[in-house]
Design a protein around this ligand. Structure first.
Ligand code: B12
Ligand code: SF4
Length: 539
């Protein structure tokens, strides 16, 4: 069978979309012909690209990736549609898949409409986190025939196999199917697979611009890799609860699984060897959920067999000095940790988070002691949070001292408890869907205690409040409101901000890594590719 997967990524966020790569890898291994239509580098949303917006708001210092070949085309949506239709004409898929998060769902539906109009008989299957959060909403869309309500590694191959054999598809676990009479068959989720059964990733589907990114002030060639699925916590704003709920509700099971450490290492060796990676980002929600024994084994084998710098995400309340020292020894250079809020009421009652302020401060201290480069994330623009509560968060960040800071404005994602609360309180409409084509970092909620303009002001100034000495606070306050005068003040504060950042060590060099050689090698690759294109192009 021929299967086309569409990735309607409008956010400009690069990196490897692991979920669909697993699906494509499995289908290819089973003998199907597969193709990926990836919107990422069309740059249709180039003015609202969240990477640029964050860099402008001092969340990190943007490095120009153009010399590494990372160029966005700045295309119109019409061009995307034209190319998609061209691909369909040439490839003639038997089935089309679309992967969606909430932010990419409006574009996913638009493309599905385009396809259905031209090829009404071609079946379209949707999957991804928004389908797990809102299966009713997705299946009710006229262009959608099938929805994958959970992980897809069992359900999608089964669907293709049954279509190939001309068999009934309405009983496939993990799928909701719209029948010809428009009634919907709602199957329960498919059994969970062990992560050790997953094949090695086939990254040949992936545009290699996804591999170049900046970590701690340097560019590397990297990929994400997940060693665990699921997080046992239920933070009220996070989509993790929908993953927990779907398995609890459907099969009374728990989604949390870990890949065995030897298998993790084999995977990473495969990626290093076959795709020439020189960095890894381990995308587990909390790598520190691993036991001390796991981390001992990982660190020993990683150092011996992989031996590349790497990055992890961690939750502060699982961070221990022993784990950090082992990981440092293995090559850990950077970590991202959620700080989220410094206000106790918001932490417990609004966010349902267990990690305390003290645990956050302690975890950052340990990371810094071992020379690990930290980034911290906070969320502002939430119920029960006014200026005072935002300053509680600023004060906690001042104590944690992350080397870089991600300031996020709360987005009420479908299927989360906090969204339900916001609807109940009348802060937002029931049907709201967060469209990734709208400008990022804008307040969605309409709340009595803080306005959208005030949140804009904090998005602009939060890193300044968090990093500069308190004597600057009065001056920073003037920058909360955007005027010609305040822009000038902002520019001068920005200079001080980056000087201080430089002084406290924003950038981490990996000892022994030859950055110049890496850059030249990439240049050569790009030149070779260009000359091949020129040679093979018709005269
Ligand atoms: C890595 C990651 C990214 C990467 C890659 C994204 C991607 N599409 O894979 C990047 C950096 C690009 C990214 C960007 C963003 N992300 Co992100 N990201 C993650 C993270 C940490 C892991 C994703 C992952 O690899 N999961 C493991 C794989 C196996 O699962 P999966 O992707 O869901 O895929 C499985 C199923 O969904 C299904 N499936 C998926 N697609 C399809 C398609 C078909 C046809 C079928 C049948 C099945 C199917 O099968 C897959 C295999 O089992 C998750 C958190 C998490 N734990 O999931 C957040 C998460 C997905 N991201 C989130 C957000 C908010 C964003 C951004 C909006 C951030 C921003 N402000 O810009 C952007 C959106 C960009 C986008 N393209 O959607 C939210 C999504 C919220 C929501 N309800 O939509 C999550 C859930 C974080 C959270 N805890 O709230 N992200
Ligand atoms: S710890 Fe992180 S991944 Fe887990 S529920 Fe909370 S925010 Fe989500």
């Amino acid at each position: 069978m021929k299967f086309l997967m569409i990735y309607p990524n409008t956010t400009g966020a690069s990196r490897v979309p692991l979920g669909i790569v697993y699906l494509l890898t499995i289908l290819r291994k089973q003998g199907h012909s597969v193709k990926l239509f990836d919107m990422t580098f069309y740059g249709v949303n180039v003015n609202n690209n969240y990477v640029d917006v964050r860099s402008k708001n001092l969340n990190f210092k943007g490095i120009n990736l153009t010399p590494y070949g990372v160029i966005y085309k700045k295309s119109s949506f019409e061009e995307v549609k034209r190319d998609l239709i061209e691909d369909i004409e040439q490839f003639e898929p038997d089935l089309i898949g679309v992967t969606i998060s909430e932010e990419t769902s409006p574009t996913g539906f638009l493309l599905a409409n385009v396809i259905k109009k031209k090829y009404p008989k071609t079946k379209i299957v949707f999957g991804g986190v928004f389908c797990i959060a809102n299966p009713e909403g997705v299946i009710s869309h006229p262009a959608v025939d099938i929805v994958c309500i959970a992980e897809g590694e069992v359900a999608l191959p089964k669907l293709l196999q049954k279509l190939e054999n001309g068999e009934n598809i309405t009983d496939i676990q993990g799928l909701w199917i719209k029948k010809n009479d428009k009634t919907i068959v709602k199957n329960i989720v498919a059994p969970l697979i062990s992560l050790d059964e997953l094949p090695f990733l086939d990254l040949s589907f992936i545009d290699d611009r996804h591999f170049y990114a900046t970590i701690a002030g340097h560019v590397y060639r990297m990929t994400y890799f997940g060693t665990q699925r699921g997080c046992p916590r239920r933070c009220a704003y996070c989509s993790n609860q929908i993953f927990l709920n779907v398995y609890k509700k459907n099969v009374k099971g728990y989604i949390g699984r870990k890949m065995s450490i030897p298998r993790v290492i084999d995977n990473l060796v495969h990626l290093k060897k076959n795709y020439d990676m020189n960095f890894f980002q381990i995308i587990d929600d909390d790598f520190m959920l691993r036991s001390l024994n796991d981390i001992k084994q990982f660190s020993r084998l990683y150092k011996e067999k992989v031996s590349l710098p790497f990055w992890i995400q961690a939750e502060a309340n699982n961070v221990t000095e022993e784990k950090v020292s082992l990981l440092k020894d293995a090559g850990l250079i950077a970590v991202a940790m959620g700080i989220e809020t410094g206000n106790e009421y918001v932490r417990k009652k609004v966010f349902n988070r267990n990690t305390t302020k003290e645990e956050s401060i302690h975890a950052f201290r340990i990371m810094h002691k071992y020379g690990i480069r930290t980034s911290g994330n906070v969320i502002i623009g939430v119920p029960h949070e006014g200026r005072k509560e935002i300053f509680d968060t600023i004060n906690l960040v001042r104590k944690c001292q992350p080397k870089s800071l991600g300031v996020n404005v709360y987005v009420p994602y479908f299927g989360t408890k906090l969204r339900e609360y916001c609807i109940e309180k009348g802060y937002m409409s029931k049907g709201y869907i967060h469209d990734g084509r709208t400008p990022p970092l804008k307040l969605v909620l309409n709340m009595p205690q803080i306005s959208a303009e005030e949140i804009d002001g904090f998005v602009r100034t939060f890193p300044l409040y968090a990093d500069l000495p308190k004597k600057y606070w009065q001056t920073i306050k003037q920058c909360e409101v955007l005027t010609e005068e305040s822009e000038k003040i902002f520019d001068s504060l920005e200079k001080i901000y980056w000087e201080l950042a430089e002084a406290k060590g924003m950038n981490y060099d990996v000892p022994g890594f030859d950055y110049d050689a890496f850059f030249l090698k990439r240049q050569k690759e790009l030149e070779d590719r260009e000359s091949k294109k020129t040679v093979s192009s018709p005269s």
